[in-house]
Ligand binder design. Sequence first.
Ligand SMILES: [Ca+2]
Length: 310
Amino acid sequence: MEKPYMHKRTHTQTHSAYPSYTSCRWVLDAPPQETIKVSVQTFVLNPSQSCSTNYLEMKDWPLEYGYLRSPGWPDIYPHNMDCIMVLKAPQNSSISFFFNNFDVESHSNCEFDYVETVQISPGPEPENQGRSGPSVPRNIPIRNGSTADSQLIGRFCGQALPSPIFPHFNQLYLRFKSDFSAARDGFDATWTSSPHGCGGILYGDHGSFSSPEYPGSYPNNTHCEWSIKAPRGRVVTFTFAQISIDDPGDCQNNFFKLYDGPDTSSPPVGPYCGVETNIAPFRASSNYVYIVFQGQYSTLPSGFRLTWSS
Ligand SMILES: [Ca+2]
């Protein structure tokens, strides 16, 4: 369940009944310049319930949020792989990308296996008009660094968790390459997007997120709202990896607040501000948690990172 692949794959549904509270999400990703055709061969959903609780939905790009896992994760990834992944969020929104786990064959210059991320500034794409779906512009030198339109954010390998990525645009290109030997577990990551430059929907049975520009300080006058959505039937548990919010101490203008439910009408937990190193994990009462963060002004290094499981 919930295992998106980066390869082109055929998904088939068996005729045995799926369990209650099943929630599956597949990402079908074709190579650049190709499109995907989906044919429904069998469709049997319980007709006694409305389409609000039992449904099959297909969504074309752009997506507002999602997650990425290396092929086979959490098992080792294949050798001789070269995957290019394109995240394309709605126009005028900004992507936030968070690695949750990372283990790629180590090398001092990451020459064997690596993940590369490239930031793309939006521009006219006349050659793509009339096409649906993402495409890699031909002038993107993902292999060799940067042009006026693209900038290499980083090349990652080893076991250190890379910092979150904030491309400041609605597109992010990733390349995952492996050589002929020595594979590890790979990675999984959560991403979202928002017109505000931070915040957004975070979907998945586990994940992580952070304040903007983490591990650097967030900008002044930052306001972010995140909505955690775990699969139905799950209960979200939060772990505070690090929280440092510069504030005089009243948590009025600089704070972090949880809501035990889908929105701000749910019971609040917090607010938190200052440097907190020993906050106990928070166990929500459902699969939804809503988070509000406001950072009006900071002079001390300020930011936070959280993880959730379910
Ligand atoms: Ca390798």
